[in-house]
Design a protein around this ligand. Structure first.
Ligand SMILES: [Zn+2]
Length: 299
């Protein structure tokens, strides 16, 4: 049977995106409007195509108005997942107690407003032993944190180097080289080394590279590459990783659109590219689903 097509949306705040590109923090009013405008555009695109998505949320960054919008989206069939309380890019290097507090605090905050989480995505795309232990305690069924292959880590490293040469510094951290060997299909991770299979009861649903080595992440999808390069063999899930920047309208222009080329691509063109990828997945006979549904189907 063909595996599902899963759209995931990391709802990182505008401040987190600024930190990636070494920009000064944005104004508070801009932060809320970024969330609401991007969520509206994402909702419109997903709804018109009857696509359920998994939204990874950082509770410490969202205002009550954003939480209310997320509740509406959850009521419409989307899933909300845990993306830590404060989005530390260096989560993998924090001590186990701090990691547990980051995850439990976010879990409680979201559960208290009617958004219970069963899944997790690590900021910085690396599932550490401490994060795996924390989600096991929370009884989660899955993590979707690992990016497979060498293309994405290399592109990120090259971008960080480019920023440094221009005197700016990214807050993102480099992927451990061992992550290049993460399996492409869902697996139960080793609690001591979650990039490889082991005995954990939790599933890792990797953002796996497709047939040609490219994972389906927004920054690569909008780089002008032909959509067939993201084709994924039908036997494993096609997990697409998007951010609010993939949906934010290009006007009014944000400071972020200086360094982040995604925002300079007109929204209409970004959505048309996503449609071409969706058409390729549908052509393989895939059905859309959330990561929670995928983990349940895996058993
Ligand atoms: Zn994130």
């Amino acid at each position: 049977m063909t595996s599902p097509f899963c759209v995931t949306l990391d709802c990182d705040s505008l401040a987190s995106h600024h930190a990636v590109w070494g920009l000064p923090p944005p104004a508070a009013a801009e932060v809320e409007s970024f969330f609401l405008r991007a969520l509206d555009a994402a909702d419109g695109w997903l709804r018109a195509r009857k696509l359920p998505a998994t939204l990874f949320v950082t509770g410490g960054d969202v205002t009550p108005a954003v939480l209310e919008r997320l509740r509406q989206l959850a009521g419409a069939g989307h899933e909300v997942g845990n993306h830590t309380f404060s989005h530390p890019y260096d989560l993998a290097s924090l001590d186990a107690d701090t990691v547990r507090r980051e995850l439990e605090r976010n879990h409680r905050l979201l559960a208290d407003v009617g958004l219970p989480c069963r899944g997790f995505r690590a900021p910085g795309y690396h599932l550490s032993p401490a994060a795996l232990a924390a989600i096991t305690r929370l009884g989660y069924t899955y993590s979707s944190s690992q990016i497979t292959g060498w293309v994405y880590p290399t592109a990120k490293w090259a971008t960080a180097l480019g920023l440094r040469l221009r005197g700016r510094r990214t807050r993102t951290v480099r992927h451990p080289v061992s992550d290049w060997w993460t399996p492409k299909a869902p697996y139960h991770p080793d609690p001591a080394a979650p990039h490889r299979p082991g005995s954990s009861p939790v599933w890792e649903l990797p953002i796996a590279a497709g047939r040609f080595g490219l994972p389906s992440v927004g920054a690569l999808i909008h780089a002008g590459l032909p959509p067939f390069l993201f084709d994924t063999p039908g036997a494993r899930p096609w997990i697409v990783n998007l951010h609010l920047t993939d949906f934010i309208p290009e006007t009014p222009r944000l400071a972020l659109s200086g360094p982040d080329f995604t925002l300079r691509v007109p929204l209409e063109r970004r959505l048309a590219t996503l449609d071409r990828i969706l058409a390729r997945a549908t052509g393989q006979g895939r059905r859309p689903g959330t990561l929670g549904e995928l983990a349940r189907a895996l058993g």
